[in-house]
Design a protein around this ligand. Structure first.
Ligand code: GDP
Ligand code: MG
Ligand code: ZN
Length: 302
């Protein structure tokens, strides 16, 4: 459920809670593979001390999937954020703070690469009006057209919270998004008893980002889990070549093989099906721009 370095919070099938450590031998193997245990992992454990409720973790079961985050300092070292995730819920906002479309698309590419279905939620709808609202609605429609579940909501609206709640039912959902977009507020409305700390908008913009980087999983009702990721700014990608990036844009993937050249990069080649689709409006300009900046290796992480 949670990791705090060398100790792990563990729950069994009956909901009993333990704190555990990796068995020495396992620890060594894990160090070698640089593959630390993560929130959402299934483990095999045995009781170490009944009174103190401590256990020893014997084994980590094979993962269905996992997400990593990019290490800010060491580019080639990855940290697993969470494992065995059913879906990711990306919370974005168009104001206070503004999430860039480049960031959203980067997140979606990572999630595609790890085969994790993603919901794109635009929060703080109540702060928009007129053209802002129209633009937000266009974005929702654009992401829906590509195949992503997408909604514009306000965390202050009970009906909207109900909609989000329904999307979580029976699943293990990773909640992600920039600091200040309202993740904790949304979780608190769904599960008030968790009492997560929420930030004042001025707090995070002045002080920068949080320092906590441990993900935590909450069972909000039987079989329904939320994974909060405080301080995790972006997902990492390992081993994706520039030529592969278009495979993780579903609207480009579905046009695979339709370009004149088999190895088309969709940048400057003649008779490119992707460029044509952008020109006739079938592929959104903003998505193509995100593609370009990823292929060029630009930093569009904000
Ligand atoms: N107006 C408005 N404010 C919101 C909404 N959701 C969250 N907030 C505010 O935005 C700030 C940051 O929210 P928080 O939940 O801490 O964001 P987190 O960093 O993503 O967990 C807090 O002051 C919230 O009260 C919303 O839908 N509308
Ligand atoms: Mg928070
Ligand atoms: Zn092409």
């Amino acid at each position: 459920m949670r990791s705090t370095g060398s100790w792990y919070d563990i729950a069994d099938e009956q909901g009993n809670k333990y704190i555990g450590r990796l068995r020495g031998k396992l620890k060594q193997e894990e160090m070698k593979s640089n593959n630390p245990i993560a929130v959402g992992d299934y483990v095999d454990f045995e009781i170490e001390n009944v009174e103190q409720n401590t256990v020893l973790i014997n084994d980590i079961l094979e993962r269905e999937n996992y997400l990593i985050r990019q290490s800010t300092h060491r580019k080639n070292q990855a940290h697993i954020i969470a494992a065995n995730i059913d879906q990711a819920m990306l919370i974005a906002t168009l104001v206070f703070p503004r999430t860039s479309l480049g960031f959203i698309d980067r997140f979606l590419v990572s999630a595609e690469a790890y085969r994790i279905p993603t919901l794109v939620i635009f929060n703080k709808k109540d702060l928009l009006e007129g053209d802002g609202l129209v633009f937000q609605e266009e974005l929702v429609e654009m992401y829906k057209k590509i195949g992503y579940e997408s909604l514009a909501i306000s965390a202050l609206d009970k009906n909207d919270i109900q909609k989000i709640n329904a999307l979580l039912e029976g699943k293990k959902t990773l909640i992600s998004g920039h600091s200040g977009v309202g993740k904790s507020t949304i979780i608190n409305h769904i599960a008030p008893y968790l009492g997560l700390e929420t930030g004042d908008i001025s707090d995070y913009s002045l002080k920068g980002t949080h320092t906590t980087t441990f993900a935590e999983m909450f069972e909000i009702r039987p079989k329904t889990y939320l994974i909060d990721t405080p301080g995790i700014k972006e997902l990492g990608l390992i081993d994706i070549e520039a030529e592969e990036i278009s495979h993780f844009f579903p609207e480009m993937r579905e046009r695979f093989g339709q370009c004149k050249y088999y190895n088309c990069t969709h940048l400057h080649e003649p008779d490119c099906a992707i460029v044509k689709a952008v020109e006739n409006g079938e592929i959104a300009q903003s998505r193509y721009e995100s593609y370009l900046s990823m292929v060029m290796g630009e930093d569009n992480r904000k």
